[in-house]
Design a protein around this ligand. Sequence first.
Ligand code: NAD
Length: 354
Amino acid sequence: MSSTFEHVTLGQRVLFGSAKAAENLATEVARFGAKRVMVIASKFESQTAAEVASGIEVALHYNDVVPHVPIEKAKKARTAAVEHGIDLLVCVGGGSTTGLAKAIAMTSGLPIVAVPTTYAGSEATNVWGLTQAAHKATGIDDKVLPATVIYDATLTLSLPADLSVASGLNALAHCVDSMWGPRADPINQALAAEGIRALNAGLPLIKLDPQGLAGREQALYGAYLAAVAFASAGSGMHHKICHVLGGTWNMPHAQTHATVLPYVLAFNAPEAPEATSRIAAAFGTDDAVAGLDNLRTFLDAPEALKDYGFSEESIPEAVDLILPVIPASNPRKPTAENLTELLRAATAGTARGL
Ligand code: NAD
């Protein structure tokens, strides 16, 4: 571990408490002195959003939310915020909903209070994403970092078990990729290791008892640590692969991450002994790849990219897009050959010992 590094900690208030979202939101709205609040939630999330916002005055309920923030939807939401004289954005939902709030904050500078209902983690990063003509652009801007995050595990109880598993493994991918991201350092690695421990403890509890709060709370805590680590360490090989697959082939975010992760871990593990032993220890085992495999088997995790709309014939195009963007910090040098082999195995859902 290098003891020479530069680490940036992002400034954000975090309020954690089951069944406390409505109360905590009312406190935050008062603290901001907000008079014109825009509550953003997709149609599926709008009932939850109404309950969370039951203690505040809402100027605009906005629910035109779709995955990957198409630029047209962002422009429409920005116009609505201006027309209604909004002074605070509140988003209640998954990463797609948080993403739309970020798109508004990007141009308006309005503060965001984020109330996440999945384990995607966008709420704890200063990363925005916008899709235009099948290309997803991302960037960093401190204006999009939510000022406050309100975590309430009761809001995740409605997330079906299979989506909870995929979303939780998306969070786990933030932790694993943080071990070798371009700005990996001992602080974000420590957060990532604790994130792995919490997710490895919480996700099996969700599988066993989807309506129990203990697993949900552990997973939400782990998802937050994962996102903080990831925001600080930056995108590694895993995220570059999933970003291209999601943006170009419109694949479902969480399931794509859940499927690709074991392949990237197996790919890098032999060349990253220090990171791999930290990951293994966080799983409570001496073999990181086996630790992840055990968890995935217990969770009945997504197995193959072909199940989510990706096929073998797209691999050459994917390799062309992914290879140039894998950071130089990646422990194992990617080549067209080994990346093709990785994608072929992940597409079919076979053979991880790359
Ligand atoms: P999502 O927000 O699209 O949600 C998936 C589905 O689950 C949606 O249909 C949603 O309505 C539903 N849902 C959400 N919460 C629910 C609940 N509690 N109960 C029942 N249904 C619920 O998916 P996601 O995986 O949360 O987020 C993915 C998006 O977030 C992607 O666009 C990704 O790029 C982005 N993201 C961005 C960052 C960042 O740092 N900018 C980080 C992670 C993810």
